[in-house]
Design a protein around this ligand. Structure first.
Ligand SMILES: NC(=O)C1=CN([C@@H]2O[C@H](COP(=O)(O)OP(=O)(O)OC[C@H]3O[C@@H](n4cnc5c(N)ncnc54)[C@H](OP(=O)(O)O)[C@@H]3O)[C@@H](O)[C@H]2O)C=CC1
Ligand SMILES: O=C(O)[C@@H]1CCC=N1
Length: 276
């Protein structure tokens, strides 16, 4: 089997983000029997096996960790313990962490100074191949391993390689957490539609279609986003009034503050958990 096309992957942690990545890979016809999920919660195993066609294991072992890639997909608070139990099994596997905040220097130390390490920040739209992942690699990662990572992550969306690890906290605040901001805005626009007399289902359909259409247009068009906004805003029309209200309520400051708070939390997670 071609290793670049279908590496063996071990996911440690089979929760939301791991499932989003695996669902995205499944949709791209990735050979799912190449994937093993290690998660102590055996209640999840049957569903992971039947829905995704992956193998499952309750615990780490040399057999399940005999893989080209090991993805660390546990919560940041669980990572130190997991990394320390993983360290004795490491030979040449590429470690990819998706954990928010945790720096490669700390993770590497917990892994007994292992340097074949990539830190990423994906997002859940990966499950429909519409994800975006920020990636930072340590110098110890080979060119072939970088290509392998790029290949796997490209299968579930866009990939942005970073030269500074600190940029990952910003990526976390923008695109890692970002889908939740967008879902909240969809909920808010839907509620506004209901307040104006629409059925909930109609308001939801209109809101989702609007976010989808505007995002697709912004992605497909070479026209600047600000110009696309102006093209909706007829002089003396309706949009002008809606935008006026959003600006009077400081929409830019609201988004900036939200992203800053998320980035601060990523840094705090790194400081507090990394110091262990
Ligand atoms: N959700 C998201 O949108 C994103 C999440 N991330 C990152 O992904 C990571 C996982 O987040 P998320 O998927 O949301 O969290 P979840 O809690 O959904 O998933 C974590 C999984 O790991 C399991 N787990 C706990 N301890 C161990 C262990 N010792 N060995 C193996 N598995 C274990 C948990 O089981 P149990 O529930 O029983 O504890 C759970 O199934 C985090 O570090 C987060 O920062 C990154 C980008 C986006
Ligand atoms: O909320 C979190 O901490 C994770 C990281 C980015 C998205 N979810």
């Amino acid at each position: 089997m071609n290793t670049l096309a279908s590496p063996r992957i071990a996911f440690i942690g089979g929760g939301n983000m791991a499932q989003a990545l695996m669902t995205g890979l499944q949709q791209r016809a990735f050979p799912m029997q190449q994937i093993t999920v290690i998660d102590p919660d055996t209640g999840k195993h049957a569903q992971l096996q039947s829905a995704l066609g992956v193998r499952t294991s309750q615990a780490l072992s040399a057999e399940v960790l005999d893989a080209e890639i090991i993805v660390l997909a546990v919560k940041p608070q669980q990572l130190k313990l997991v990394a320390e139990s993983l360290a004795p099994y490491l030979q040449s596997q590429l470690i990819i962490s998706v954990a928010a905040g945790i720096r490669t220097s700390d993770l590497s130390r917990w892994l007994n100074d292992y340097k074949t390490l990539i830190r990423t920040m994906p997002n859940t739209p990966a499950q429909i191949q519409a994800g975006v992942t920020g990636v930072f690699a340590l110098p110890g990662v080979s060119e072939v391993q970088r290509q392998l990572t790029d290949h796997v992550l490209q299968a579930v969306g866009d990939v942005v390689w970073l030269t500074e690890e600190t940029q990952l906290d910003a990526v976390t605040a923008i695109s890692g957490s970002g889908p939740a901001y967008v879902f909240l805005l969809i909920e808010a626009l839907t509620d506004a539609g209901v307040a104006l007399g629409l059925d909930k289902s109609q308001a939801l359909q209109l809101s989702i279609a609007t976010f989808k259409g505007a995002s697709l247009l912004a992605a497909a068009s070479s026209t600047p986003v600000a110009t696309l906004r102006e093209q909706v805003t007829s002089k003396g029309g309706t949009t002008e009034q809606g935008l006026l209200s959003l600006n009077q309520h400081h929409i830019h400051a609201i988004m900036q503050h939200a992203a800053q708070q998320a980035a601060n939390r990523a840094k705090t997670l790194g400081d507090e958990l990394g110091g262990q």
